[in-house]
Structure formats: C-alpha cells, structure tokens
Ligand binder design. Sequence first.
Ligand SMILES: [Zn+2]
Length: 272
Amino acid sequence: MKIFISADIEGVSGVVHGEHTSRDGREHDYARRLMTEEVNACIQGALEAGAEKIVVNDSHGTMRNLYHEQLQTKAELILGSPKKLAMMEGIDADFDAVLFVGYHTKMGDNGILNHTFNGRVVRSIKINGVELGEFGLNALVAGHFGVPVIFVSGCNLLAVEAAKCVPNIHQAVVKQTISRTTALNVHPAEARALIKEGTKKALQNYEAIQPFTMAPPYAVQVTFLHTGLADAVEILPIVTRVDPLTISFTTDNVLASYQLIRSAIMMAASIS
Ligand SMILES: [Zn+2]
C-alpha cells in the first residue's frame, strides 16, 4: 500500500494565529513542532495499517516546515518550493490513498485561519460554478490520478467542507473554531491519538471511498481581493476578465486548471 500525505499547519491543534503560521512569527517554530508530531501520528497509523511506502509533502507557505530529523523514519519527505503540483507535488496513479493533515476551511467561510492558497490574494475559486477551498482543489488533483482522499484533520468546520466533496471521508476534528483566530483545542497528545486512529480506520477500508472528480471541461473563476491583483493576472493570454475582481479561463484538464490557478496566484502575489 502506497500512501501520500499532504501536510498543512493551520488545522493543527494549538495553531490559531499568524504568529504560529508565518515564517517570522514568534510562535512559528513551536507550531512546526506540533505540525511535525501530527504528521508523525498519521504516518504511524498508516504503518500500523500496513502501508509500505509513505510520501509526505510539506504543503504550507515556504513548504519548509516539518522537522525532518524528528519525522518518523519510514516516510520520505518532499520539502521546498516552487513545485508544479504545489500542495499535491509527488502524487501519481501509483498511490492507493491520500491523507490531508492540518487542513483549514476556504476563504470567506467561518473556520480557524480560513483562506484559499493565499490569504492576501484570493477571495474565491470556483470550478464549474462550485466554490472550492484547498481541500476540494487538492482532492481534485488526487482524483485526476484516480486516488481517493480518505482522511482529513483540522477544525470542526473543515469537517463540513470536506464532507461536501467526499461524503464518507474519515476525519479527526482536533479543534472547534470560535473565531478566525480563536479555537477550542484538544490536547496535542489527544490530537495525535485521534489522527493515528482515524488514519488506521480510513486505511482499513480505503476502497470504499471514491476519488473526487468533476466532469470536464473545467470553467475556472478566480476572484481576487482587489482589482490590482486581477490586473496582474489578466496579462496571461488564456485569461478573460469577467468583472473588476474576477478572471476566468477554461481547460479540459484538471491538472492544467490547478497549475494555472497556482500560476495566477503567484503573479498576483508579486504585486500584492
Ligand atoms: Zn497553510
């Protein structure tokens, strides 16, 4: 059994603020330790369920967050950026299942530290009229390769968002959102136990969960937080300006759509 883990930080128990999540945050190194141990719990659960190969993709910010030396020795780690598939770099059709650790809700919804890829750039992303967050967009990439996302950890509201895409997904709810920067957290040790047990349970019956897919063509709309961001992205020849804040494009390939979304955000971020 081959397992792919995409690890973010905002959904980790105890992480509630930019001081935890941003590179220069005073509590960032502490949050990185919490993140590393939640990923370790997922790896341990996967090993106990019979996983033979485990690839972890560090998926937050710089994508250099996990403490490699502290990581469970049986997993391989993708560190760094840029990478063509960003939060899903490393996934291919050889994997049997995907697990998301430390995920969060999309921009504009309630949920601790909600945002979609870049909180200073993106207001919303829609594919074929359906608004998706990082969970849904990354699950579509896995779905392109025929691989199901079978487990996610994060806050109680992310659990609702994830189940809209993958109704029978296994979950570890490690905190309850109170506000965008406040949560009721379970103890880190309890979070790790929930993640380990949830991973084991998910892998015992992973074939029951279908890959998340949408039918082509993929009509993508990205709405930005101000018009200057859309101005920058409108330079791409494939892009049409729909309204002052929104660009759109259409592809027949979900990977191309994902890569164009990521490229558009990088362009916009360069002037934000
Ligand atoms: Zn993140």
